[in-house]
Write a protein that binds this ligand. Structure first.
Ligand SMILES: *[C@@H]1O[C@H](CO)[C@@H](O)[C@H](O)[C@H]1NC(C)=O
Ligand SMILES: *[C@@H]1O[C@H](CO)[C@@H](O)[C@H](O)[C@H]1NC(C)=O
Ligand SMILES: *[C@@H]1O[C@H](CO)[C@@H](O)[C@H](O)[C@H]1NC(C)=O
Ligand SMILES: *[C@@H]1O[C@H](CO)[C@@H](O)[C@H](O)[C@H]1NC(C)=O
Ligand SMILES: *[C@@H]1O[C@H](CO)[C@@H](O)[C@H](O)[C@H]1NC(C)=O
Ligand SMILES: *[C@@H]1O[C@H](CO)[C@@H](O)[C@H](O)[C@H]1NC(C)=O
Ligand SMILES: *[C@@H]1O[C@H](CO)[C@@H](O)[C@H](O)[C@H]1NC(C)=O
Ligand SMILES: *[C@@H]1O[C@H](CO)[C@@H](O)[C@H](O)[C@H]1NC(C)=O
Ligand SMILES: *[C@@H]1O[C@H](CO)[C@@H](O)[C@H](O)[C@H]1NC(C)=O
Ligand SMILES: *[C@@H]1O[C@H](CO)[C@@H](O)[C@H](O)[C@H]1NC(C)=O
Ligand SMILES: *[C@@H]1O[C@H](CO)[C@@H](O)[C@H](O)[C@H]1NC(C)=O
Ligand SMILES: *[C@@H]1O[C@H](CO)[C@@H](O)[C@H](O)[C@H]1NC(C)=O
Length: 620
């Protein structure tokens, strides 16, 4: 009984609410030509139609007296005195080449902002499907706007004159995104409510590129970025967050398909399309390799979460120096090793984003003369038998030869294992010889990621204890002691690698040396194979160096290797990529080196889709 009366009270409150509620647009999905667009709920400006009854009447007639919610318009700004059809052609051909959102269908209406004579305006209506031309000054008295808006495609309400931006909807075929996002109008972002009718996957909306002009203050203006954490610095730089991409659970290493239980693993677009996309920044790596409409994607890297996806998806992707980005509010895996990197498809735009994001680093435009070539990562056969054409090593070697030519130097072979044995600081302290490199660091990574408290709790506690008790160490249980061991082992290796292997710093090139190792070699990892259960991440290899030492590790695509696909029964190709290490905080030297290598034609932009270099990009 009591329950019932409470229920009816709720009902009456609800009807009161309904009676007062207004319908507020959360945006609309419209079709124009063969494209679907999202029209945001909030206008960016309005035509002052009350200024011009003739324009109002024409618009309303064109709007079918209420049947058409929007008219597609091109907003054009010009300073010429008499705007002609050829001026229009000039502008629209530029727009076609730089923007995927504007299409000739937006010539249904033209709004022309200029100061000249209106006589030529009527000529614009010849052909082209243009039904109405409104000009700021000269057309029957002109119509002005309530706010200044950038040139480009818009949707105009024929009744209110409200002007809305045009956001083109794309399908997320690779299943890289959790969802698309749009600005919420309050400085934040909200989930995109629109969906391409009939599409089986999420939709992502992108605004016209014509709305944005990059400047020194906003070098990323209009750049479309898919992102996992929220990254204010990139937004401040003008980047448009278009969606949230998928990561493996807790940013751990997971292999498609078995390990991905909550989300289906995003699809690597390369080769036959059925290869593993690596983890944990899988959605970002697959999206940048697949979608020509996306400019950048970001992700985190603790033990390879940027480098792995960059490698197998064939993209530019970096693990920056530790501490390069403030990771407040980003989910930690191991604060001693967590970093945030950025994916791009060419060295030049990668440089723009890196220079903006890693704001506190000094730029270096002279490059090291020492190329360290660790034979224990490359294999000694690489040197004794020059690699054969048709192998990944052939691609690696050809690239390193070009790099040698560019830097006017030759590679310096080192064996990291032998070097450690000969010069490790542990020789004097612990034993002689020191514990072998790969055994010494075998458990370190796993121990570090198993517990965050080392840095957050244990370190401050031990420091305070020692300060209080004249330098004495506290008793620590065996289990936590392993983690503390891990920090010690990491620190010893870090100092040795930075000081002895990379040989400190250099005033002109930042890093005395660069250190090369193979990142991906065109191997297959089919996503339809049943895999063995996951194991803890033991072991030490070149990929751990940056995690342990804080130095940048940047992955660049250099070629692709053919293979016979068991999926398509044809010859496909998979990415070959190489990793560059340099001294800590020398990230911008590497970014500049890659841009210079791009200018020299040694590094090339990658296409989206099946093939990095040999095929045309996927048609949208
Ligand atoms: C719109 O209404 C006007 C005046 O009522 C009428 O002349 C015109 O034919 C109508 N247009 C359409 C497309 O229905
Ligand atoms: C407009 O139509 C004319 C003739 O059909 C054509 O030559 C011209 O290229 C079109 N202009 C634009 C901007 O599309
Ligand atoms: C075309 O437009 C560009 C600017 O967008 C301008 O620099 C150029 O002079 C124009 N060309 C012609 C033929 O009008
Ligand atoms: C970079 O420098 C600025 C200004 O000193 C500072 O506010 C910011 O926290 C620094 N960023 C990082 C990641 O250290
Ligand atoms: C590197 O050195 C280790 C130990 O000194 C040795 O076992 C290994 O064969 C060497 N690797 C190469 C490729 O020479
Ligand atoms: C390697 O082989 C490919 C095709 O088999 C050929 O096009 C290319 O010229 C060869 N490269 C060299 C350096 O011999
Ligand atoms: C390359 O290095 C050699 C030897 O150090 C030097 O003689 C030569 O001038 C250098 N060439 C260039 C282009 O820097
Ligand atoms: C390590 O160095 C010692 C000499 O300090 C040498 O006897 C031993 O063979 C070296 N081990 C390896 C694996 O290079
Ligand atoms: C690393 O540790 C694992 C797990 O204890 C062990 O199976 C493996 O043999 C170790 N490898 C090395 C090189 O010490
Ligand atoms: C640290 O190094 C010591 C000495 O080589 C080794 O016994 C220990 O297993 C290592 N522990 C970790 C967690 O790296
Ligand atoms: C390390 O740098 C110093 C100069 O700082 C130089 O004298 C020395 O030769 C370098 N060592 C190596 C191994 O390159
Ligand atoms: C693919 O298979 C054909 C036929 O067996 C063989 O000739 C060719 O070398 C293979 N290509 C690759 C890249 O393995």
């Amino acid at each position: 009984m009591q329950l019932f009366s409470r229920f009816s009270l709720l009902l009456s409150l609800a009807s009161l609410w309904v009676a007062r509620a207004q319908v507020i647009s959360a945006g609309t999905t419209v079709q124009l030509g063969s494209n679907y667009y999202f029209v945001p709920g909030t206008p960016v400006a309005s035509l002052k139609l009350t200024e011009n009854a003739s324009a109002l009447g024409q618009l309303q007639t064109l709007g079918g007296n209420g049947t058409a919610p929007f008219i597609a318009f091109s907003f054009i700004t010009s300073t010429v005195s008499s705007f002609s059809v050829s001026d229009l052609q000039n502008i629209t051909s530029t727009w076609s080449s730089i923007d995927d959102v504007w299409t000739p269908s937006f010539l249904e209406g033209i709004y022309l902002s200029f100061n000249g004579s209106g006589n030529a305006v009527s000529g614009l209506m010849a052909g082209n499907g243009t039904s109405i031309v409104i000009s700021s000054e000269s057309f029957s008295g002109g119509v002005s706007l309530t706010a200044t808006i950038p040139p480009g495609p818009y949707f105009v309400s024929p009744f209110t004159g409200q002007i809305f931006e045009a956001w083109l909807l794309y399908n997320d075929e690779q299943q890289s995104f959790v969802y698309g996002t749009i600005p919420d109008g309050k400085g934040g972002f909200q989930q995109l409510s629109a969906h391409i009718p009939g599409a089986a996957t999420e939709s992502v909306a992108v605004p016209s590129r014509l709305y944005f002009t990059p400047t020194a203050q906003q070098p990323l203006a209009g750049a479309r970025i898919g992102t996992a954490p929220s990254i204010q610095r990139l937004i401040d730089g003008g980047a448009i967050i278009v969606g949230k991409t998928k990561a493996s659970q807790f940013a751990n290493g997971e292999t498609a398909t078995d390990d991905w239980v909550d989300y289906h693993s995003p699809y690597n677009p390369r080769g036959d399309g059925y290869q593993d996309g690596s983890s944990s920044s899988t959605g970002s790596g697959t999206a940048i390799a697949a979608y020509p409409w996306l400019d950048y994607a970001v992700g985190s890297d603790t033990g390879g979460s940027m480098r792995g996806p960059a490698g197998v998806n064939g993209a530019y992707g970096n693990r920056p120096s530790h501490g390069a980005v403030d990771l407040t509010d980003v989910m930690p895996l191991s604060p001693e090793m967590d970093t945030a990197g950025i994916f791009a498809r060419d060295a030049k735009s990668w440089l723009t984003a890196g220079t903006w994001w890693y704001e506190n680093f000094t730029t270096f435009t002279q490059f090291p003369k020492t190329i360290l070539f660790p034979v224990d990562e490359w294999g000694s056969s690489f040197l004794t038998n020059p690699p054969k054409n048709g192998t990944a090593n052939f691609i690696f070697n050809a690239f390193i030869e070009q790099l040698e030519g560019f830097l006017n130097t030759t590679r310096t072979e080192i064996n990291l294992t032998t070097m450690w044995n000969a010069t490790s600081p542990l020789i004097a302290n612990v034993s002689n010889p020191p514990p072998p490199l790969r055994e010494n660091l075998n458990l370190t990574y796993e121990a570090l990621i198993s517990i965050d408290q080392v840095q957050l709790v244990a370190d401050p506690f031990i420091a305070l204890y020692q300060e209080t008790f004249s330098g004495q160490a506290p008793f620590i249980d065996p289990a936590p002691l392993t983690r503390i061991d891990a920090i010690t082992n990491k620190t010893v290796f870090m100092n040795w690698f930075q000081d002895t292997v990379l040989n400190g710093t250099d005033p002109t090139t930042c890093s005395p040396a660069i250190y090369l190792y193979p990142q991906s070699d065109g191997s297959t990892l089919y996503r339809n194979l049943y895999i063995s259960p996951p194991t803890p991440p033991f072991g030490f290899g070149a990929g751990r160096i940056a995690s342990f030492t804080g130095v940048p590790d940047m992955v660049v695509p250099i070629g692709e290797l053919p293979y016979n696909s068991t999926i398509t029964n044809t010859t496909e190709a998979l990415p070959v990529t190489i990793s560059f290490l340099a001294q800590m905080n020398c990230d911008l030297m590497l970014f500049n080196l890659f841009a210079a290598l791009a200018d020299a034609g040694i590094l090339k932009p990658v296409f989206t889709g099946q093939s990095l270099f040999s095929l045309a990009p996927i048609e949208e």
